[in-house]
Structures are given as structure tokens and as C-alpha cells.
Design a protein around this ligand. Structure first.
Ligand SMILES: C[S@@+](CC[C@H](N)C(=O)[O-])C[C@H]1O[C@@H](n2cnc3c(N)ncnc32)[C@H](O)[C@@H]1O
Length: 281
């Protein structure tokens, strides 16, 4: 995802920009970036902002992308990025990964390079006869690989209408209409009970609030891929302990099968996923 051969690219970018920028700023140029399709997301320090358009133009030319975004924050219930367009005009792109096409607006929809291992893990996780419910589908980040590569049936729930629009397009782009159905609702309003063999809870910060709904949707012995952000000092007990406590309060048992660290979320805080089998109906 870091784009082309960075060993030759970085010196070229620096060489071109050293002719345009004050010398003390050249060493502050970003050495890392994220490329999603033909859109580049560039972290830019404050000191570089007066030159943001010149810098973005050079990165765009050398890396051959149509649009450059300045990396900002990802905020709110919909986990929306707030990224400014600093070169080009069109942030909508199609990113190809592991045989899947992901169409998205990279300025307003998150697509984390650090989650790539989990997207690839999902491509081999389910059996074709399973029904999988993705409670936080986004544009199909985790559930397109299941529908495409495992052949399982998927119900994908996404509350944000803008992300939902791309989810629907991605289902068609990847030709999985026969096994993937999308709902533009709050997952807590999803009416299915006792139906899912597997549930994806790819969300952070407040994922525990949705555990009772996941238990309602789950069949006996279903597997839940439970993501959350956890302060390092509470690991490895958390986040499974909270899941188990909430499950018990609702009359369910929970068994931890596996735990993986996805990425560092903030200083001292990790994004983790726990695979949990639930019992008790
Ligand atoms: C952080 S994104 C993650 C996408 C994907 N699950 C992944 O892990 O890569 C979470 C998505 O959940 C959606 N979302 C948040 N609350 C929701 C809710 N109550 N019901 C359905 N979708 C929700 C957001 O709009 C966002 O698109």
C-alpha cells in the first residue's frame, strides 16, 4: 500500500522539492504515505502547510496518482475521515486488494492499510453453507472477502448512507449479488434473531454496546469476530472479559478461541480482534 519502489521514489521527490522549498523543510517531507487506488493520503506537518499544494503536486506526479489528500482525523459514530483535498479534485477511487474491488471516497470513508491482514484472514474464514452477518459493514471491507472467496451468504448492515452507497456498488462490482444483501439501518434495528453462524463486529471504542444485539442475531455456537480498542494495561484479559460479562448477564456463555492484535490505535491503546464462540440458547 505504500505505493511504488520507495527507495528510488523518496530521493526523487526530495530532489524535486528541494528546488521549491526552504532547505530546512525538505527533511520534514513525509517518508510514509498510504495509497488507496489512485488516491494518495499524505501526512503533512504544520510547517509544510504553506507549501501543501506544491508538495502534493510533486508526490502526485512521481507516484502517478490523480488526487492527494492531507491526512487528518477519523471521527464520530461513522468513523469518517476528515481529509482535505490538496491536489486534484476526485477522491473516489477503486482499490484492488486480494482479488476484491473496493470502490470508495477516500476523503470520507476509512480504509485502513493496517487492517489488511484481517481482510485477508476473512477471505478464508467461513464455509460456503454459513450465514454471516456483518454488523458494521462499511463499504464491505471485511464481508466482501467472505462473500467472494468463501462463497458464504452475507448480510451486511451499514448505517451511514454514504458508505452504504459504495457498499451496494461494491457488491455489484465484485459480482456477489447472489449471496450478499445490504441493509442501510442501525444494526440494533435489524430484525433477524438466532440466524447467524458467524458475526463480524468490526468497530472500535464502543463495540461492547452492541454485544446484546450480536447475541440476539447469533445461533447457538456461532462465532463472533469481536473488535475493540483496549488500553495496553488491561490486556490480555480485555476485551474478552467485558464480552463474557455482558454475555453472562444476558444468559449466554462465551469461549475465547483466538486473539489477534490488528494495530496500535493510539499511544498505549491497541485495536484487537477476538474470535469468540457463544452458547446458550
Ligand atoms: C470503522 S468502520 C469499519 C468497517 C469494517 N467493519 C472494518 O473493520 O474495516 C465502521 C462502520 O460501522 C458503521 N456503523 C457505526 N455504527 C453503526 C450501527 N449502529 N449500525 C450499523 N453500522 C454502523 C460506520 O458507519 C462505519 O462505516
Amino acid at each position: 500500500m505504500a505505493g511504488k519502489n520507495t527507495r528510488t521514489i523518496k530521493p526523487r521527490i526530495r530532489e524535486i522539492l528541494s528546488r521549491k522549498l526552504p532547505p530546512e523543510l525538505v527533511s520534514l517531507l513525509p517518508r510514509h504515505w498510504v495509497q488507496i487506488g489512485d488516491v494518495l493520503i499524505l501526512p503533512l506537518r504544520e510547517e509544510l502547510l504553506p507549501y501543501k499544494h506544491e508538495i502534493a503536486e510533486v508526490y502526485a506526479r512521481v507516484l502517478e496518482v490523480k488526487t492527494v489528500l492531507r491526512k487528518g482525523w477519523i471521527l464520530g459514530e461513522f468513523r469518517e475521515p476528515h481529509y482535505e483535498i490538496i491536489y486534484g479534485s476526485d477522491p473516489v477511487t477503486v482499490h484492488r486488494e486480494n482479488g476484491i474491488f473496493y470502490k470508495l471516497d477516500a476523503a470520507r470513508i476509512m480504509f485502513s492499510p493496517a487492517n489488511v491482514k484481517e481482510r485477508i484472514r476473512m477471505a478464508g474464514i467461513a464455509k460456503p453453507d454459513e450465514l454471516v452477518v456483518d454488523m458494521f459493514a462499511g463499504i464491505g471491507h471485511l464481508s466482501l472477502p467472505i462473500a467472494k472467496h468463501c462463497g458464504a451468504k452475507v448480510i451486511a448492515i451499514e448505517k451511514n448512507p454514504y458508505a452504504f452507497k459504495f457498499l451496494v456498488e461494491n457488491i455489484e462490482l465484485n459480482r456477489v449479488q447472489d449471496r450478499m444483501t445490504a441493509y442501510n439501518i442501525d444494526n440494533r434495528d435489524f430484525p433477524g434473531e438466532d440466524i447467524a453462524d458467524r458475526i463480524l463486529m468490526g468497530y472500535v471504542i464502543r463495540t461492547h454496546e452492541f454485544i446484546p444485539k450480536a447475541l440476539e442475531i447469533a445461533k447457538d455456537e456461532a462465532i463472533i469476530h469481536y473488535h475493540n480498542t483496549v488500553p495496553e494495561k488491561l490486556m490480555p484479559e480485555e476485551p474478552f472479559r467485558t464480552f463474557q460479562n455482558i454475555a453472562r448477564e444476558h444468559g449466554y456463555g462465551a469461549e475465547k478461541l483466538k486473539e489477534l492484535v490488528i494495530k496500535r490505535y493510539a499511544p498505549g491503546v491497541w485495536h484487537v480482534v477476538v474470535d469468540i464462540r457463544v452458547f446458550g440458547k
